[in-house]
Each structure stands twice: as C-alpha cells, then as structure tokens.
Ligand binder design. Sequence first.
Ligand code: NPW
Ligand code: ADP
Ligand code: K
Length: 483
Amino acid sequence: MRGVWTADQVRAAEKQLAERVPETTLMYRAAFGVAIAATELLREHRGRVSGTRVALLVGAGNNGGDALWAGAFLRERGVRVDALLLAPDRAHPAGLAAFRAAGGSALDASTTTAGSVAARADLVIDGIVGLSAHGPLRPSAAALLEHVTAPILAVDLPSGVDPATGEVTGAAVSAARTVTFGGLKPGHVLGAGADHSGHVEVLDIGLTAALGEPDLSLVDASDLARAWPVPGPDDDKYSQGVVGVAAGSAVYPGAAVLVTSAAVRATSGMVRYAGPAADVVRDHWPEAIVTGTVADAGRVQSWTVGPGIGTGDSGRDVLRQVLRAGVPTCVDADAITLLAQNENLWDERDPDTPLVLTPHAGEFARLVGPVRADRVASVRRAAATFDAVVLLKGKTTVIAAPDGRVLVDQARGSWAATAGSGDVLSGLIGALLASGLDPWLAAGYAAAMHSSAAELAARGAPIGASALSAAIPAAIRRARRLD
Ligand SMILES: NC(=O)C1=CN([C@@H]2O[C@H](COP(=O)(O)OP(=O)(O)OC[C@H]3O[C@@H](n4cnc5c(N)ncnc54)[C@H](OP(=O)(O)O)[C@@H]3O)[C@@H](O)[C@H]2O)[C@@H](O)CC1
Ligand SMILES: Nc1ncnc2c1ncn2[C@@H]1O[C@H](COP(=O)(O)OP(=O)(O)O)[C@@H](O)[C@H]1O
Ligand SMILES: [K+]
C-alpha cells in the first residue's frame, strides 16, 4: 500500500529532522528535485533545456522559496528564468538572493508585464502556496494563472487545491506534474486534487522515515496480486468460502443478476442466490445455487444484501434474516435505506458480525446526514458510529474501518458512473468477505478491482454495468500480471 500523510504529520517530521538537518538543506534538496523534474518536462515539451524560458509563480512562503532555489539551479542549465513575485516584500529572502545571484530576473506579479512573461514561458513552476494553503486561490494568483498556456510543474501541491481534502473551490493550478516531499498528501489523492496534481513524484529529502504511520492508504496492484483469493491444490468449492446473494425482486431481477455475476467472477468456489429472482438468476448463471428465500439458502460464509430488494416489508424481512445469519455481510442499496428508516433493524445484528456498508452520497445522507467537504472525516465518523466498515462511493471511494483506518481508491476515469455498477461492487465485496479477508481490506480491494474493471471495459467508450462485470477477470489478470 502507498501511504498518505497530513500536513501536520509532515510538519512534525520536519521538526524532528530540524534537530539534525538545517531547514535550508531540506529546501535545497527539495528545490534540486524540482529543478530536475523541470528539465525533464522541458525536454519532453520543448526538446531541449538550454535556451528555454521558465516562469516561477512565487508566493510568500517556503513553497515560493523552493521555486526560487529551483530557478537558481535552472539558471545553471542555461535556462532563462523569470520569477513573478506575488508578495514581493515577503518572498523567501535566501531563495530570492540565490536566484538573483544566479542571474534570474524577479518582478512584481502585479505589474502589467507579468502576464506576458507568464504567457511566453515554455514551462511554469507553481510555488504560489503549498502545505500552508487555506481557502481558494487569492485573486492576484488566479489572475496570473489565466495567462499561462505552458505545462505547469507544481511544487509540493498544485496551488488552489486544499491540502487536506483535495477540494477545489475556485481557480486552481492544473499541473502536468507535481513534485512533493516526504510522502503523498491527501490533496494529491482525494477529490479534484487528484486530477489537478497530474503525475505526482515523491522525493524523500530525508523526511520519509520520520513520517510515522500514514493517515490514509492507497491500494496498489501489488496488494491486489498478493491478496486476491485464488484456489490452491487442496481447495474445493466449499473451502474457499461460499458467497450468499440476497438481492433483486420479481420487479427488479437485474440487480440480482449483476450482484451474482460479480460474485461468480471474483473468486472460485460457490455462489448461492436467495430471493424472488431465482429463475432469472439461474438462466444467466447456471453455476449459482438458487433458492427462493434466505432461510432455505444453506450455509454461506458471507452475505451481500440490498440491491433491488425494495424498501417495503419484504425487503425488511430479507434484511432481518441476513443480519441474523451471523456471517460477514455487505449491506448495500435498499438495505442501507432500510437501516436508515428502521432503527430497530440494527438490533437484529450480532455485534460480533462484521458489516460493510456501501452507501453512495444519497444513501450516506439518509444514514448520518450529508457528506461534508472533508469526506474522509465524514466516513471515519460514520464507521465509528456504526462499528462497521463504511465505503462511500464516488470517483474517490473512501473506505473507513471503525478503528479509524482509511483506504482511498481514486478511479482513473468515471466510466463506472452507470446504473447497476454499484451492484457489481457489492458482489465483489461479498466474494472477498466469504474468502475470509479482513472486511476493511475486502472493501478496499473490491473497490480497486472495480475501478480497474471499469477502465478496462470502457477503453474510452461508455459501458453498462454488465460490461463492467465482464471485465472483472481481465482486471484480476492485470493485477496478477498475467495479461
Ligand atoms: N514541510 C517540509 O518538510 C518542507 C517544506 N518545504 C516547502 O515549504 C512549503 C510550506 O511552506 P510554508 O509553511 O512557508 O507555507 P506555503 O505553503 O509556502 O504558503 C504560505 C503562504 O501562502 C499564502 N497563502 C495561503 N493560502 C493561500 C491561497 N489560497 N492562495 C494564495 N496564497 C495563499 C499565505 O499568505 P498569507 O496568508 O500569509 O498572506 C502564506 O504566506 C511546503 O509546501 C514545501 O513546498 C520544503 O522547502 C522542504 C521541506
Ligand atoms: N463519477 C464517477 N467516477 C468514477 N466512479 C464512479 C463515479 N460515480 C460513481 N462511481 C462508482 O460507480 C458505482 C456506482 O454505484 P451506485 O451509486 O450504487 O450505483 P447503482 O445503484 O446504479 O448500482 C460505485 O462503485 C461508485 O464508486
Ligand atoms: K504549489
């Protein structure tokens, strides 16, 4: 997994390091990395380094200091560098001195020539604001950005992106690349921040070892490859965990088919379907063992309950039976609405049985109120409240465990925003729960595989949920590097 650390954690690590390493050394290392990245981008976009023009957008803090030092390094490579100072009397003094000594030219960003300097650049380095950003980008910085047409290299974070939430509420830098220090920050991986950051490169600069436990984690392909359940020589159809699906209704059989499809494709072993769509499910998935009711289903090691069961009496009965079964359960769609509307249903739950709740924003609001701008904090609170894993869907999917651990899955596109794709996700989660995986990991790994399947299925054109489900085997092969 890849870790993500908050601004406070990074500052604490910097403080710890400051006892041994002078601040200017850290800035020097950071700026050197920025300068290297700038030369790579110049070569990529202009075919050369020497003789090109770079503009620095320089704010009042150390982020601007990094940019100024990077500008000094670039001067040594024969680049013409102009620094546009947004707060001329507060620009980092040592950085500005080094920049001027290296032959860089600095001007007040509020002068009329600043816009044309920004417009003429082959590359722009964004040192407006970094870790200490608060609120939307200031108007003077936003006005300067409007002139920029060249690719932008962001120092630490793209300015205008909230470092803690990834939220963008006004003008913001859209970086081709971001060079950050020590570790990823929430602003790089959450919400719009992920798109604004471009390719993010993490430079250690000596900070990484001092960062401690990450605040958030990202699932990567190697985690999926290692943890995805595959049958061994001694396995049979029961030993890998039997998945129970309680979904769909006579009116909405499609949800039952979609959940079952994902459960069948995600793992080997067996899938049992229980509900009024049994005949339709059997027609599509003859390998599923179907029954009319949960009570008749036989033993399972997990249940997925909710999609298409309705929010009336029959849906309530289905949910009640599943909650009483005492096996790890993925609670999705109508089952979430039922829990939100009938508080007494919570009493049916065996407190030792892990639950994974998978709301979209609307269902989340029914459960605990609207999702706040700080999505991670909202989901963490909900997970603690319900003593359950809570997975909040969206382009950024956030998965919190009751003990506060959080996984984030950032989809690389939005092709999964299609009816029924949530049913596919809940089938994947049910399959991983049945295999015995920790529920928080089961939800996180399922979300990552789901977005990978969506990407593979779409390849640039719209898809339906059936196509997403059909791409699950390809996504598993990709994660296991078998494609
Ligand atoms: N930590 C580390 O280990 C290392 C950190 N390093 C670097 O230090 C950076 C952090 O530096 P920092 O703390 O000096 O603050 P920084 O982000 O430059 O911004 C401060 C200024 O921005 C302004 N401002 C605020 N919001 C704004 C907005 N929305 N739009 C526009 N302006 C806004 C605000 O202005 P004010 O409110 O004071 O008027 C304030 O003066 C970090 O990101 C990294 O690059 C590296 O050198 C090496 C190791
Ligand atoms: N804009 C988006 N970009 C990427 N993925 C998205 C986006 N919107 C929704 N998704 C994903 O698509 C799925 C939709 O689930 P859900 O809202 O339950 O749909 P349904 O109820 O139709 O099955 C979730 O996995 C969610 O994370
Ligand atoms: K920046």
